[in-house]
Design a protein around this ligand. Structure first.
Ligand code: GLU
Length: 468
């Protein structure tokens, strides 16, 4: 079994393309098949090398690993010309010399008569009676009339009327192949057995089947994947949210979560199981279990799922993904490990986590106190005095751990006859600058004794300054 992902490098890898890549990968892995990456860059007007590189890097980031390739179709142009010439020699294709003006005139006439335009077959007839013109030409495939039928793994039985097909172009007048020619030549040469692609290609499939037959090759098994719709139930578009894989990476989605999420667009392992690794999915996945109905892309669910992944990943695994969000001089894993563990369940994206980590890594003098929380918690004439006593109590806590610090604070609160909150909230502001945080004694331990005491002293100093 051999599957392939065959993107055209005309833009970023979008989430629909990524899902196609993942489904092909999972099916190949499930059945021990080979997975090929082929870059379909024969459309010179629209293809760009940097898009090809971006697609490759997005796939790598996602963890989609191919066994063969990337093969660039632009390296194989001679092969397509050779195969087209074979079909001409076998009378299965012919040279068409019709000019754009002639074709336009035919089209206009058909339109006027209220008919759908079809290529007239002018050059086909000329070729058959040996009355060919000379000069610039394309090569057209001779469509043989008759119904075309195939069994799609997802859509079931599909029928097309061969009569509705035009003699389509294989080779353009500049000698470059059309998509139809290059895709079929490659799927034959590369021994592809299963073609899973977006169902926007469904109408191309009968042409491809005729070509496979003309070359005397086996027709591969097709699986046409349904569309992905945006939350507005229309085709997923920029307007309803990000569409490229890179945008989700930059938003702080971890690749494992995006792969999990995309795998659920049109497929499910059964039951209500929603969280699984690609390896787990590849033990259960089958293209024929993919839903016929379009899938709906729900960005909220992706954020939820990303949060679930972050919560479950050890800090050591999160850290490499986090680095790009940590600014120019990212702190080391050792400096951040504790803070990541403490905060990883408090955000939905890497960006959220990076923001939370700032309170830990920022220089003491740059820590700002949240205005609203300050108004609420930094009050009472004896506040500075209470904080001084807390400073002394924490300084005496030995070893400086969650139990000793908590004990110190609670004893102090008791001796003053006040609730612990009267000490905890100002301490939180002193240590993090924020109105909310993980349990404050955990925060203190992660910051360490020295830094915690320094930050508490800084709050005391600023209270003193206001009092003067
Ligand atoms: N290159 C085509 C595309 O990007 C896919 C062709 C195929 O999978 O057959 O839409």
């Amino acid at each position: 079994m051999k599957l392939r992902f065959a993107p055209s490098p005309t833009g970023f890898l979008h989430v629909g393309g990524a899902r196609t890549a993942i489904f092909n990968l999972l099916h190949a892995r499930r059945y021990g098949g080979t997975y090929l990456l082929r870059i379909e860059d024969t459309d010179v007007e629209r293809s760009r090398q940097h898009h090809a590189e971006q697609i490759v890097s997005s796939l790598t980031w996602l963890g989609v690993e191919w066994d063969e390739g990337p093969i660039y179709q632009s390296d194989r142009l001679e092969r397509y010309r050779e195969r087209a010439a074979e079909l001409v020699a076998q009378d299965k294709a012919y040279r068409c010399y019709c000019t754009i003006e002639e074709l336009e005139a035919d089209r206009a006439a058909a339109e006027k008569a209220g008919k759908q335009w079809h290529y007239s077959g002018r050059c086909r007839i000329a070729a058959e009676i040996g009355d060919e013109r000379e000069g610039p030409h394309v090569i057209r495939f001779k469509v043989t009339p008759g119904p075309i039928h195939f069994r799609d793994l997802i859509r079931g039985d599909v029928h097309f009327e061969g009569e509705l097909l035009d003699d389509f172009v294989l080779l353009r007048s500049d000698d470059n192949p059309t998509y139809h020619l290059s895709v079929v030549v490659d799927d034959i040469d590369m021994e592809v057995t299963h073609v899973a692609r977006g169902d926007d290609h469904l109408s191309n499939t009968p042409k491809h089947i005729l070509l496979f037959r003309a070359f005397g090759a086996d027709v591969p098994t097709f699986a046409h994947l349904p569309l992905i719709l945006g939350s507005d139930k229309k085709r997923l578009s920029k307007r309803t949210g990000a569409t490229s894989v890179e945008e989700y990476r930059d938003l702080g989605i971890v690749p494992e979560a995006l792969v999990n999420f995309l795998t659920l667009l049109g497929w499910s392992p059964g039951g209500d199981r929603e969280l699984f690794t690609a390896d787990e999915a590849s033990e259960m996945f089958d293209l024929s279990d993919v839903n016929k109905a379009p899938a709906v892309f729900d960005p909220e669910k992706l954020l939820w799922m990303n949060g679930q992944y972050l919560m479950r990943m050890p800090a050591d695994e999160i850290y490499p993904h986090l680095v790009p969000f940590l600014g120019d001089a990212p702190p080391s894993l050792d400096e951040l490990r504790g803070a990541i563990e403490l905060n990883k369940s408090r955000g939905r994206t890497l960006r959220d986590i990076a923001d939370l980590l700032q309170s830990y890594t920022i220089a003491d003098e740059e820590l700002e106190y949240d205005a609203e929380a300050s108004k609420k918690h930094l009050k009472g004439d004896d506040l500075a005095e209470r904080m001084r006593e807390l400073h002394a109590a924490l300084a005496a806590a030995e070893p400086f751990d969650v139990n000793t610090t908590e004990e110190a604070l609670r004893q102090l609160a008791e001796s003053h006859g006040v609730g612990a909150g009267k000490l905890i909230h100002p301490l939180r502001l002193a240590l993090t600058g924020r109105g909310s945080s993980p349990p404050i004694f955990d925060v203190a331990v992660v910051l360490g004794k020295e830094k915690s005491l320094r930050r508490l002293q800084r709050l005391i100093d600023s209270l003193d300054a206001i009092a003067r």
